[in-house]
Write a protein that binds this ligand. Structure first.
Ligand code: ZN
Length: 179
């Protein structure tokens, strides 16, 4: 297990599309577990392979209310519904935050660390993180989704620590404005 350096904007790999994982071998699993270590060290709730310079479709998540980290290979958002404004940050854009448009509900599909297909519906922080991380695999950053009349703004000192989170965990309901 190792902690890997996280690439920051404007690194070109962050704008590239990651390739599908053909088979989940020891190599892919080691990479995924290294991503988990890296995400945990940074205090993030999600990390995509592009962010550590690997163009494979792998994402990892650490939901605040879950003990185990989630690992997904070839993740896909297969259906979305609704639109809401939420506050986000990204480990690859440290020191900034922004209000972005995200779906209210999504249907997700991917392969887990045991190579099993998993399919589920998600809302709130889980759908937000999944959308954020799948975007990374397509070379898209949250700053591409800024809500109308919004710009990136510097994180406050208190949030600076939270800027180490890929997507801020929404502790206050106010930061999860659903409309
Ligand atoms: Zn990010």
């Amino acid at each position: 297990m190792s902690i890997l350096p996280i690439l920051e904007v404007p690194h070109p790999i962050l704008r590239k599309k990651a390739k599908r994982v053909r088979s989940i071998t020891k190599k892919e699993l080691t990479l995924a577990y290294d991503m988990v270590d890296t995400m945990r060290e940074a205090g993030g709730v999600g990390l995509a392979a592009n962010q550590i310079g690997e163009l494979w479709r792998i994402i990892v998540l650490q939901m605040p209310d879950e003990e185990e980290s989630r690992i997904y290979f070839n993740p896909e958002i297969i259906k979305t519904s609704g639109s809401r404004e939420v506050e986000e940050g990204c480990l690859s854009l440290p020191g900034y935050r922004g209000i972005v448009n995200r779906s209210v509900w999504i249907k997700f599909q991917g392969l887990d660390h045991t190579d099993q297909v998993v399919k589920f519906e998600a809302e709130n922080l889980l759908s937000q993180v999944l959308e954020h991380e799948v975007d990374h695999l397509n070379g898209i950053l949250y700053s591409d989704h800024l809500a109308e009349h919004h710009e990136l703004y510097p994180a406050t000192q208190e949030e600076e620590g939270l800027a180490e989170q890929d997507v801020k965990s929404a502790e206050s309901p106010a930061s999860l404005k659903i409309d």
